[in-house]
Design a binder for this molecule. Structure first.
Ligand code: SIN
Length: 291
């Protein structure tokens, strides 16, 4: 029988299951664990690209990434690659993918394909645990505010990826980055699956707070990031051949470690479509920023 073992800090490991041969009960257990823990891990899986796609499609439609290079035979699979002579890695800071979209991607399923001898772990942080542990004054603030999310400083022309030579061939399509529409989201969302409150700001893509001057907003966001990135809300996933991680962008942050200089790391990532978000406080809503 499929076994779900919660990890300290964030997430759960699921054992005794073969992702290529899921019964309806297995699927229900996995789906529930995903809703409960925000990130789930599997070991010893032997997934072909077809298996990876089939598993993903049980959860949602596949969101074909606009910016990542993709598998030559499977455009559904984005490549998260760092070559031995690359300096920078993809996702090397705390972030939640697609938070800049009006209906942010549900999450991603990452499969290890080629790993460095050591290093290259991924950290995850629980945004429910971080929210629940906020001091009262900060909680009151986030409960009553919305934040501005943007992907332009990362993906548009002259953004972080475009400006660094090292990312050429791995991340591109800056024209689509220029077209991104910024979005305001509640700082605390009601999670679409669990109904739990989640702190919904992240260092990668949150660029301001609605109604708050830039300098003050920056200080508030920094304080929130310091709080949410504390070790007690996080777990570290050490990749091995056959490892799979499935995270929910509405529930956790993630952070790929860049500590394997001189080695190649190749991961296959499938991202899944999400839905519009609701505020935990029903008076705070998401809206696209059209200027
Ligand atoms: C990412 O999707 O941010 C990359 C995660 C990883 O490579 O571990």
């Amino acid at each position: 029988m499929t076994v779900v073992t919660p990890l300290t800090g964030a997430g759960a490991e699921i054992t005794n299951v073969d992702l290529t041969d899921l019964s309806d009960d297995d699927f229900a257990t996995i789906h529930q664990a995903f809703a409960d823990y925000g990130v789930i891990f599997f070991r010893g899986q032997e997934l072909t690209e077809h298996d990876h796609i089939a598993f993903a499609q049980r959860f949602s439609t596949i969101n074909i990434n606009r910016f990542f290079s993709f598998h030559p035979d499977f455009p559904e699979i984005a490549l998260v690659v760092k070559e031995a002579d690359d300096k920078f890695n993809i996702g090397g800071g705390w972030h939640a993918d697609h938070s800049y979209d009006f209906d942010p991607a549900l999450g991603s399923i990452l499969v290890a394909r080629e790993l460095p001898p050591t290093g290259g772990d991924t950290l995850f942080a629980s945004m429910n645990a971080a929210y629940e542990a906020l001091p009262d004054d900060m909680r009151e603030f986030v409960d009553t505010h919305a934040a501005l999310h943007s992907g332009k400083h990362i993906f548009a022309k002259d953004g972080a990826y475009d400006a660094i030579e090292d990312f050429q061939g791995r991340i591109g399509n800056a024209e689509a980055g220029n077209e991104l529409v910024d979005t305001v989201h509640p700082m605390v969302i009601k999670h679409p699956l669990s109904g739990k409150p989640m702190l919904f700001v992240n260092p990668g893509f949150t660029v301001g707070i609605d109604g708050i001057a830039d300098e003050e907003a920056k200080l508030i966001l920094l304080k929130l990031y310091e709080h949410a990135g504390q070790e007690q809300f996080t777990c570290r996933f050490e990749w091995k051949p056959g490892s799979v991680a499935f995270w929910d962008n509405r529930a956790v942050w993630h952070f790929a470690q860049n500590d394997y200089e001189g080695h190649r790391r190749v991961m296959h990532r499938i991202t899944l479509d999400g839905c519009p978000l609701e505020g935990m406080n029903p008076t705070i809503a998401s809206s696209p920023v059209t200027v």
